[in-house]
Design a protein around this ligand. Structure first.
Ligand code: SF4
Ligand code: SF4
Ligand code: SF4
Length: 272
């Protein structure tokens, strides 16, 4: 059972959130929504622990497609960063605020950037591209994420100031924003031969994710007595994390998306 510990804990955390929000708000939506996400994560992580090769991709599609298509396109909830700003400044505890609080601001203290490895609907598509391992060194253009962050904030503030921010404009912003993210993400992946280039340099959400995941309880540990320093883990890591170093200051420490590729590649099972 020990290998299923993370799956069970994550499932229980989501159930506690689902039941608490259902009881405090009276809305059955919260119970169904968070139970669905918790079940997807729990089952997927259990399948991953059991060694099923495509477990991560399965969770990514179950959660990512649900949020993009059902919550975003059918229910018309803007789940992108603009939706977060909009609901936050409107003083509404809407889906966007809850989603950010749980997946991207406070949740990373528990499960790091698990969102990026298992749930994100942008990465769900980018991960299908052929550049699964970065072929060159990282570029020094990570500052673009802060520009994107500032632009998204400024755009929502401007729309609110002009009185144009409402559910309809937020929905169109959601559609346009996603199309832009997919286009830029695919172009960058091809240009840099790196599926995760968008995540590394452009995504504004990492402004929240990186500092919070620094303190993450869930992280990959290396058993230094077992490690034979073959560096296979470093070669397969899509995020260039120095994972065979246990320090929280290891290179690209806040980039780990918990995808488990390093663990699968380690010939002596030194990574846990
Ligand atoms: S960095 Fe951004 S685009 Fe990449 S997986 Fe995380 S949230 Fe998604
Ligand atoms: S390969 Fe390992 S270190 Fe790299 S992102 Fe995935 S889990 Fe993290
Ligand atoms: S793959 Fe395993 S043995 Fe090789 S460097 Fe990484 S942790 Fe050490």
């Amino acid at each position: 059972m020990k290998k299923y510990k993370s799956a069970i804990i994550l499932f229980l955390v989501f159930e506690v959130i689902a039941i608490s929000l259902w009881l405090t708000s009276g809305s059955l939506f919260y119970l169904l929504n968070f139970s669905y996400i918790g079940c997807s994560l729990g089952i997927g992580l259990a399948l991953s622990a059991a060694g099923w090769k495509y477990a991560r991709e399965l969770i990514q599609f179950c959660v990512g497609a649900y949020m993009l298509v059902f919550l975003g396109l059918i229910c018309r909830e803007n789940m992108q960063i603009e939706g977060f700003w909009y609901y936050l400044f409107s003083g509404v505890l809407g889906a966007g605020v809850l989603h950010y609080a749980i997946a991207k601001i406070f949740g990373p203290l528990l499960f790091g950037r698990g969102w990026c490895g298992f749930c994100c609907w942008t990465a769900m598509i980018l991960d299908l591209l052929p550049y699964k391992q970065p072929s060159g060194p990282r570029k020094h253009i990570g500052w673009i994420r802060y520009v994107m962050f500032g632009l998204s904030l400024a755009l929502v503030v401007l729309l609110m100031y002009l009185g144009k921010a409402n559910k309809t404009s937020m929905f169109y912003l959601f559609v346009a924003g996603n199309l832009l993210y997919y286009a830029v993400g695919i172009i960058l992946a091809i240009a840099f031969k790196d599926n995760r280039a968008f995540c590394k340099y452009i995504c504004p959400i990492t402004v929240f994710l990186k500092p919070m995941s620094y303190f993450s309880w869930l992280r990959i540990h290396c058993d230094e007595e077992k490690c034979i320093h073959c560096d296979r883990c470093l070669k397969v890591c899509p995020m260039d994390v120095e994972v065979n170093n246990n320090s929280r200051q290891r290179k690209n420490a806040t980039e780990c998306i918990l995808c488990q590729k390093c663990k699968k590649a380690c010939p002596v099972k030194a990574l846990k």
